[in-house]
Design a protein around this ligand. Structure first.
Ligand SMILES: [Zn+2]
Length: 255
């Protein structure tokens, strides 16, 4: 965890301090080594939120894009079960940053527990995920029926798409800054929005990562990439003159 209570104040881990877990109220110890991110760990082996996964640099970097008071927000279900949401926005949308593998059952429980919510998924955990995803995208033409550039794929088209099928919440894949062999797609700052449809299909839309962050911060629209304009025949800068020439030619005597 990034935050625990120290003398009643929520704070980050600093060397040698003890705190209280905001989730379960049990004592925590600051872990400030050089290998892992500074974090708080329970003194006992108790796990108060069974959904919690060890934080990676990736988690921390994402969380830090949002105000600290939005990070690690405690939720209690009617049955007393406690969970700590990675980020909860001002409009009460929970953002879950998922690096580890997750079973469909656990994913379903989280989607039921947090409503509304979105997933941001680390696409770099397994190397082959990016290659198979890229392969699908580049061998398939973008769909013509969407406003921005997007693909309609089968939901078992690539492993990472298949693993996440069956979900009911918006999901953004984060492959980090990698190049796709598509001239219109920047190599930096892109996320891939997956929208699962009935009948085993999924719409895959590249969007600007910053526009997703801005959307969550202030509600501005998420931006995709514009479709190319339909190609029309080149027009003469002087249409009247062109017509006049045509008429003059038609009047010319033929030999
Ligand atoms: Zn706890």
């Amino acid at each position: 965890m990034k935050f625990a209570f120290v003398d009643g104040i929520r704070g980050e881990a600093t060397t040698g301090t003890r705190g209280i877990c905001p989730g379960c109220g049990s004592p925590t110890l600051a872990k400030c080594g050089i290998k892992r991110l500074h974090h708080w760990a329970h003194v006992s082996t108790a796990v108060c939120d069974r959904w919690w996964e060890p934080e990676t640099e990736w988690h921390r970097a994402w969380k830090n894009l949002f105000p600290t008071e939005w990070q690690e927000v405690r939720h209690v279900a009617i049955d007393g079960e406690v969970h700590i949401a990675d980020v909860k926005t001002a409009s009460d949308t929970v953002i879950e940053f998922q690096h580890s593998a997750i079973s469909p059952l656990e994913r379903g429980s989280r989607e039921a527990f947090y409503d509304p919510m979105i997933w941001i998924v680390d696409g770099t955990r397994l190397k082959r995920d990016l290659s198979s995803f890229r392969q699908e995208i580049t061998t398939c033409a973008p769909s013509a029926e969407t406003k921005t550039r997007a693909w309609v794929l089968l939901d078992h088209a690539s492993a990472i798409i298949e693993r996440w099928r069956g979900g009911s919440r918006p999901l953004f894949l984060d492959f980090g800054d990698v190049e796709f062999p598509l001239p219109w797609l920047p190599a930096m700052g892109v996320l891939w929005l997956l929208h699962y449809l009935p009948r085993e299909r999924v719409i895959v839309t590249p969007v600007l990562r910053q526009s997703v962050v801005d959307h969550l911060l202030t509600g501005t629209p998420i931006k995709g990439f514009a479709r190319p304009m339909p190609v029309s025949p080149p027009r003469s800068p002087f249409p009247g003159f062109q017509a006049h020439l045509m008429r003059a030619r038609a009047r010319r005597p033929r030999f």
